[in-house]
Design a protein around this ligand. Structure first.
Ligand code: GLA
Length: 470
């Protein structure tokens, strides 16, 4: 059994008290992972997404440090202790090290404080014990939940006066410290979600609107058991998609500028979509198939060098790996623009209480993610099909893809039956035959979930009294 969130809170507090016997002012924060219902790979294109906060969290028990030192460990000994000093220019750990997420958060808040609350500098650090029940590497954004949880600790310890929306925006940029090009969905969902609703999130500027979700709707999250970490194995593929979308902007500008001169100022695909009402007609005239940088230069009229500088450079300053030479602009653009339209329809379906329609849109989204965006894998496709066959109204991959989890919409009264059937069919059948590792235990691999509230600074005395029944 995974530990439930209440037990998790007790565990981190108890471990904290055991290690830091005389620490004053113990605090507790929790930050949920997210499950994206629909709107995949849209956030970094400046287009809306539709996630919920999962009922799975990262929690940190903490106490302020006297100086700028951060010392963070985890109840799971697989994550060793990490120590560093707060500053505006923190040296990285090796790529893939979990401590980089804590550093990303601290460095981002330092930058914010420098601009908005300089009297808080140098930022105080903290001693903390973290723990979590979000399955790792499954596309539910446990890493962004860690970034958010550390940020809440820093906000509390340093009495930083930052609004939730500014914090979400700051951390979305701040997480690029780890070298991925993610958009802002994960942090916004973790911080801004409200219980019982999904969040329709818009970017540039960040805005979030809760959309109530029928009580009858339960989201079954199922792990394909293929690990895909966006700072690890999936990083190149993820970053390549980001680059392909930027190249897509250049191609679309060339195709549209004569009729729609306003497209000239577009920076992301969302801008193109907003400035070209007939964007659908553009999709037909983008040349088919993967294109080389030279071909894109010819179509767009932008030199190869200028394309490399503006599109291939990643936000951490490095260039996209030169092994990537072909860019499937048409398919990527096609996914992004049609997916944005599906998000709009999905939010409407949720508002209308039309779960059948919402499910259909989720199915279409999976097809588009798989066929046009190229972010599915055989295991995800089998799992999605298995979920549908056993009664889900709709099912799709969720998060970056390349492995990780699927999300399926089911009616509350069928939830357990769907989970049982998929367990027998996919996990005890297909996955077993494929040699996929299901060691995590059933409730960490497939579980039902309802929209939960966003990240919080919790009252430790309340957590303690729940335990003792005081
Ligand atoms: C990752 C990123 C998100 C988003 C999704 C795909 O989870 O962190 O910002 O781009 O992939 O929708």
């Amino acid at each position: 059994m995974p530990i439930n969130s209440r037990t998790l809170h007790h565990k981190v507090i108890e471990e904290f008290k055991r290690i830091y016997t005389d620490a004053p002012d113990i605090g507790l924060v929790r930050a949920p992972g997210r499950v994206n219902i629909i709107g995949e790979h849209l956030d970094y294109n400046g287009l809306h997404v539709f996630p919920i906060a999962a009922e799975r969290n990262i929690a940190i028990a903490f106490s302020p440090a006297g100086g700028p030192e951060v010392c963070l460990s985890n109840i799971d000994p697989a994550f060793g202790e990490r120590q560093f000093t707060t500053s505006g220019d923190i040296e990285h750990y090796a790529a893939g090290d979990w401590g980089n997420y804590a550093k990303a958060s601290v460095q981002a808040l330092w930058g914010w404080a420098k601009e908005h609350q300089s009297e808080a500098l140098p930022l105080k650090g903290f001693k903390g014990i973290a723990g979590g029940n979000i399955p790792k590497g499954s596309g539910l954004s446990s890493s962004s939940a860690m970034v958010v949880a550390v940020a809440l600790v820093m906000v509390k310890v340093n009495a930083l006066n930052i609004s939730p929306i500014d914090l979400a925006d700051l951390l979305a940029h701040g997480e690029r410290y780890v070298g991925t090009e993610g958009g802002g969905m994960d942090h916004a969902a973790s911080i801004l979600s409200k219980a019982a609703g999904a969040l329709k999130i818009d970017f540039n500027p960040l805005r979030a609107k809760p959309v109530p979700m029928l009580d009858d709707a339960v989201f079954v999250v199922a792990n394909s058991l293929v690990r895909a970490e966006k700072a690890g194995s999936a990083r190149l593929a993820f970053n390549t998609r980001v680059v392909e979308c930027r190249l897509g902007v250049q191609v679309l500008k060339a195709l549209a500028r004569e009729r729609y001169p306003q497209v000239e100022s577009a920076v992301v695909l969302g801008d193109v979509m907003r400035s070209v009402p007939e964007w659908r007609s553009l999709l037909n005239i983008i040349p088919e198939g993967p294109l080389s940088l030279e071909q894109i230069s010819e179509i767009s009229g932008v030199s190869v060098k200028a394309l490399a500088d503006s599109c291939l450079k990643l936000r951490d300053g490095s260039m996209l790996d030169e092994s990537v030479r072909a860019f499937d602009v048409k398919k990527r653009v096609c996914h992004v623009l049609t997916e944005a339209e599906r998000v709009e329809l999905a939010a409407k379906a949720a508002l209308d209480g039309d779960l059948v329609k919402l499910g259909e849109l989720m199915n279409q989204s999976h097809t588009s993610c798989a066929e046009d965006y190229g972010v599915s894998c055989p295991e995800l496709d089998v799992l999605v099909e298995t979920l549908r066959r056993h009664g889900a109204l709709g099912a799709r991959l969720t998060g970056a893809g390349f492995g990780g989890c699927t999300v399926a919409l089911v009616q509350r009264n069928t939830c357990n039956a769907v989970i049982d059937a998929v367990w027998a069919d996919y996990y005890q059948g297909y996955a077993l035959r494929a040699g996929l590792d299901a060691a995590a235990g059933r409730d960490d691999i497939i579980f039902g979930c309802r929209p939960s509230a966003g990240a919080q600074i919790l009252d430790v005395s309340e957590v303690a009294s729940l335990r003792t029944g005081v």
